[in-house]
Design a protein around this ligand. Sequence first.
Ligand code: MN
Length: 474
Amino acid sequence: MTIGALLKTVRQYRPKADLTLIERAFAFADEAHAGQRRLSGEPYITHPLAAAATLAEFRMPEPVIAAALLHDVPEDTDRTLTDIEKTFGSDIAMLVGGVTKLGRVKYRGVDRSLEALRQVFVAMARDIRVILIKFADRLHNLETLDALPAAKQHRIALETLEIYAPIAQRLGIGDLKGRLEDEAFRFAFPKEYERVTTLMRDYRPQKEQQIATFRRAVQQELKHSPHLRIRFIDGRTKRLYSLYRKLQTHERDITRIYDLVALRIVVDRVQDCYGVLGALHAKWKPLKGRIKDYIAQPKPNGYRSLHTTVFTEQAGIVEIQIRTHDMHVEAEYGAAAHWQYKEHVDPRTVAKHYQWINDIVARQKEFSSTAAYLESLKVDVFRNHIFVFTPKGDVIELPEDATPVDFAYRIHSELGHRCTGAKVNEKMERLDTRLKSGDMVEIIAQRGKKKPSRDWLRFVKTATARSHIRHALR
Ligand code: MN
């Protein structure tokens, strides 16, 4: 990566970008890092250039690209953050300072790095752009990880899988999450990586060929519905780490993974999504229980699409994802999507879409000790999550195995205290029932009841519920 190539990338994604700021930041960083080399032997400046290019591909505005170019200056050169502030102003200095702080945090496993995690969330709550720069920094470090000693490779790879990829996932940045995971997978679990790569090599060509044939059949079929506005149809191959995770849960049988290669249909309007779904189901039979309407009920990270899985004569059982172009952009870029069409976006308006970040930071006050708070981060952020519905159709996100009591406390602490029973999918269930994604939960509450039951402490899963119960019993 050179400055010429970076400027070309910036122009490609943002034709009207003002390049002077980026050129000035490059000159500053290039001078500060002069003579330094990466462990790979390359001039150091290639690293900030690569990070900046990733952000340019995400159509990030000029100050973010400038901050990416400067991100290692305060830590690794004799130029300080104050120098950067004097030359580039407080906004860019704040971004660089945020990234520098995150870089100081040494990862020693989720259990022992929770304080570090808290800092990540404080930085994100302040300005989401900091974490986007950190992702770009991390991605290039992973791409050049070969040059590092094995122990360090392993640490960086694990930290990526346990912290950065889940955060990217929760920010809805599907593309970056997938790239971070696949780069880290190789170093974190080399044997499994080898196994999954081989498996993919054996199955993928045949599957892709079948999907190509099926794709033509779909195109042919949709010609009968000329009113539907289709933009494009393509096949999407599952990423390696995501396949590995799925193989762990699905009886390790690759033939039963129906989205190994999925068909993706991108259309103009929301009504075209449903129109296409109808046209496809008229021709190919859907698998029971696999039709998902994430348009009417988006995932909490904002993901929207229709999913269905159909029996085909061309390619066996195939998953199909149907979405508008806007939904497609959101699915790939997530939190970064806000910058896709607009030049000026207030980072605080973006933060509003990710209320959970502020919740995590604010919740600190609820806990009597730092240890308890940090424990809650571990459960609430990094466990697998399920999504359940209130009777009004609001989506509530909870950790795996959460119970109706966790649900009640997530809605409101008073509702938790007054809870006496729960209906799950309109049937009375015990309060220690393990909820599943898609369940509709209704809490039966008793007016005037103030005290929770001590028994609940045996089965609640969220730290929020646990801390409210303890507090009320005291
Ligand atoms: Mn760096």
